[in-house]
Design a protein around this ligand. Structure first.
Ligand SMILES: [Ca+2]
Ligand SMILES: [Ca+2]
Ligand SMILES: [Ca+2]
Length: 397
């Protein structure tokens, strides 16, 4: 015997039971319609939906109305319930870009978000990011985490309106919200590592259009053992996916990568770079006091342990410094005073010998060498504090 339930959203049908070929209860039309194959479609990424079809309580063949109710209305997706979540059917991905166009009326109480790593069931266990039009007239953008029904706002900012293309990107622990291609908010979280993608609306009548979801496939971004980045080309002013940010944010503009947070770190794709001995170089500039511009070696995937070597600028002067960092504990391994607050840094790690050189090509380079064998393997990258930037990064192993 097979029991068939119609989709939750489809109230025309309730339930029917079949034994063999015989319908033993319910309505024959139920079995015929509820089993239409297009209602069991599986989405594949990239997936897009412009919702340009007739008004329908059924959102579409690739959608699961995971919570509440979302309909097609006026060539867009429109929520019907106080809280509605719709996800693409059978898409479970870790790293994605999910976007949609929104246009929230002022004081509507509506909130429109795109969803990633949705676990469910119901309005539980997901990341979502978007804009809320509060009834007091303010608009607030936010990146949110819901764990077991408990919502944590990971990042938020007041914005001027609720109109535009919102895009949530998840890469490892990194969560970013873009509006019309400009980074608005970023956060880091490790609670959910994969899940479904979709849309979430609060207050009936919230509308979405031109939904788009795609994978960010990190296996396509192998820096190999000889990698250079001049930071002259960038999508949405962000580092490419050869890099994985583990803290803060980098803004790639005007041909350089600038620290775009209090403290930022980016590592070469740790899927591929797990080496012991290598050399990294970059031209660095510091723009004020109490700043640090550096290079990272042998970092763990999550960026919790690493060697860092760089130029430290304080009111007391400039120093070259090499440190070991393990789970937030910084151990300074050596330092030396220098005159400059900018220049080319070269950080070479070979066995237990760690050497930082300022302006290696000049007539008078400054060389700092220390010895440490605590960290043996990892990836390499950038780390900085305050208003600093990097250009012409090289990695060679
Ligand atoms: Ca449309
Ligand atoms: Ca519906
Ligand atoms: Ca450049």
């Amino acid at each position: 015997m097979v029991a068939i339930s119609a989709p939750r959203s489809n109230t025309r049908f309730t339930r029917a039971t079949i034994a063999g070929n015989a319908l033993t209860s319910g309505n024959a039309m139920v079995t015929a319609t509820a089993l239409r194959s297009d209602r069991c479609a599986t989405a594949t990424l990239p997936a897009s939906d412009d919702f340009n079809r007739g008004d329908n309580s059924f959102l579409g063949s690739v959608w699961s109305e995971a919570f509440g109710n979302t309909d097609v209305a006026g060539n867009a997706a429109q929520t019907v319930s106080p809280v509605s979540i719709a996800t693409l059917t059978n898409v479970i991905e870790p790293n994605v870009a999910v976007s949609a166009d929104i246009n929230l009326p002022i004081r509507s109480g509506q909130s429109a978000s795109v969803v990633a790593r949705y676990q469910g069931s119901g309005d539980r266990d997901l990341y979502y990011a978007g804009i809320t039009a509060a009834t007091n007239g303010t608009f607030t953008a936010s990146i949110n985490r819901n764990v077991g029904g408990v919502v944590t706002v990971l990042a938020s900012k007041v914005v001027t309106n609720g109109t535009g293309n919102i895009r949530l990107e998840t890469v490892g622990r990194s969560l970013k919200l873009f509006v019309d291609g400009t980074l608005l908010l970023f956060a880091y979280d490790s609670r959910f590592t994969d899940g479904a993608v979709g849309i979430r609306g609060v207050t009936a009548g919230t509308r979405f259009d031109d939904f788009l979801a795609d994978k960010i496939d990190l296996t396509l971004f192998n820096p190999t053992n000889s990698f250079t980045d001049h930071f002259d080309v960038a999508a949405d002013q962000q580092l490419s996916h050869f890099w994985q940010e583990t803290q803060g944010n980098f803004k790639v503009a005007n041909g350089v990568a600038a620290n775009n947070a209090a403290v930022s770190m980016a590592l070469l794709n740790p899927l591929f770079i797990q080496v012991s001995d290598a050399t990294v170089t970059a031209n660095v500039t510091t723009f004020g006091s109490n700043q640090f511009a550096g290079l990272v070696a042998r970092a763990s995937d999550d960026g919790s342990s690493y060697y860092q070597a760089g130029l430290s600028r304080t009111a007391g002067g400039n120093r070259l410094v090499i440190s070991r960092v393990q789970n937030g504990v910084v151990t300074e391994l050596g330092s030396t005073a220098v005159a400059d607050n900018f220049g080319q840094l070269k950080f070479q790690v070979t066995g237990s010998t760690l050497t930082l050189t300022l302006n290696p090509s000049s007539a008078t380079p400054t060389v700092l060498t220390v010895f440490d064998s605590t960290l043996t393997l990892g990836t390499f990258g950038l780390r900085g504090t305050g208003a600093v930037n990097w250009d012409d990064f090289t990695f060679s192993a």
